[in-house]
Design a protein around this ligand. Structure first.
Ligand code: FES
Ligand SMILES: [Fe+2]
Length: 359
């Protein structure tokens, strides 16, 4: 393992942009109904709604008539109706009706931006980049096969903090911060063993101690009963697959963090934790409806743990942002090469997207 001790130049990093030529997680699937929902992705105001066939549509959240938010209006017959004067827009962003149009007048030819959007694995994914890139090069949204798989129990937490998204990417790749979560007994004694950098991703392999072993069905109760936990060694792998993150702890746990950078100083992300039931081969022989019932019944088992971890991380990341704003030229000391590689990837992705124009 390469040894490194030194300072890192953070002043570019903390105001660097996103590479928009990727899919971002902008909402949870149940948040988008027929009522328009306003979301913000890297400064773009976007309105999401379901049309008559329940398909998600994503439009610029701006009425071209007087620039008010279309999300203040409502969905009628699969189209968005502006609250102010009732102009209507279809899912293509084309104006289809003006209630007071005179017979001598034509519909205005105004059109608002439409975004590619997909509903997948419990999330709404949006592509804010160039349509040409989407067609030719962009990877699909990150796949989360455990979301539907009957052997995995999900818990979801939303991370929201006032700070640049790079702080969260670093936090998630630096497993030495288990120190912060000691009282939640998430993991212990991490030691970075190997680091791999490939196109668009950084993979870090740690050795660590886990408190949890899910080998009996009742052992899921370890998630909320600390007295049942025993430390034992497990591999802890974390990957920053730009712009998202995925991790496995031993055989029993998998966590995803799906990013929605809101602005240069605000970040939202969806943390999805899965507990595996793969060890219970008898369970897999039971009827599918029962297994689905069990999956739904155990949904959220790790909620307290996840919420607690998020709260502790948010406190630290907001302090980092504040410290940066107070003194942008103050350097950090960094001992974890995984963090430096992640910073380099974030800067590289931002540089790759320079000159990018939506079409
Ligand atoms: S501002 Fe939207 S219809 Fe007038
Ligand atoms: Fe953490």
């Amino acid at each position: 393992m390469e040894q490194l001790l030194g300072t890192i130049p953070t002043n570019n990093l903390r105001h660097c942009g996103i590479n928009p030529n990727h899919w971002y997680a902008v909402a949870r699937t149940q948040e988008v109904t027929e009522r328009p929902l306003s979301v913000v992705l890297w400064g773009d105001n976007i309105v999401l709604f379901r049309d008559r066939t329940s398909q998600i549509q994503a439009l610029e959240d701006r009425c071209p008539h007087r620039q008010v938010k279309l999300s203040s209006g409502k969905q009628i017959d699969g189209e968005l109706e502006c609250a102010y004067h009732g102009w209507r827009f279809n899912g293509e962003g084309i104006c289809t009706a003006v209630p007071y149009l005179q017979t001598t007048q034509k519909l205005p030819s105004c059109r608002i931006q439409r975004y590619p959007v997909r509903e997948q694995d419990g999330l709404i994914w949006l592509f804010p980049g160039e349509i040409k890139q989407l067609k030719e090069q962009a990877l699909p949204p990150l796949s989360i096969p455990e979301w539907e798989h009957l052997n995995y129990i999900a818990t979801v937490a939303v991370i929201e903090y006032q700070g640049h998204f790079s702080y969260l990417a670093e936090n998630l790749m630096d497993m030495y911060h288990g120190h912060l979560h000691e009282n939640y007994q998430a993991w212990a004694s991490a030691s970075l063993q190997q680091l791999q950098v490939d196109e668009g991703r950084v993979d870090a392999y740690y050795e660590a101690q886990s408190y949890y072993r899910i080998d009996k069905i009742w052992s899921i109760s370890q998630l909320f009963l600390p007295g049942l936990r025993r430390l034992h060694p497990e591999p802890l792998n974390v990957s920053y697959v730009y712009p998202h993150w995925v991790s496995t702890l031993g055989e029993d746990f998998k966590i995803y963090c799906l990013f929605c950078p809101v602005s240069i100083t605000q970040t939202r992300a969806y943390l999805i934790h899965f507990t595996s039931l793969n060890a219970f081969w008898r369970l897999h022989k039971l009827p599918v409806p029962f297994r689905r019932w069990l999956k739904n019944r155990l949904y959220g088992s790790a909620q307290r743990l996840l919420n607690g971890l998020v709260q502790q991380d948010v406190l630290m990341m907001e302090q980092e942002q504040q410290a940066y704003e107070n003194n942008p030229h103050q350097s950090n000391y960094e001992l974890n090469l995984a963090v430096l590689r992640v910073q380099k990837l974030i800067l590289q992705q931002a540089a790759d997207s320079v000159g990018c124009d939506r079409q």
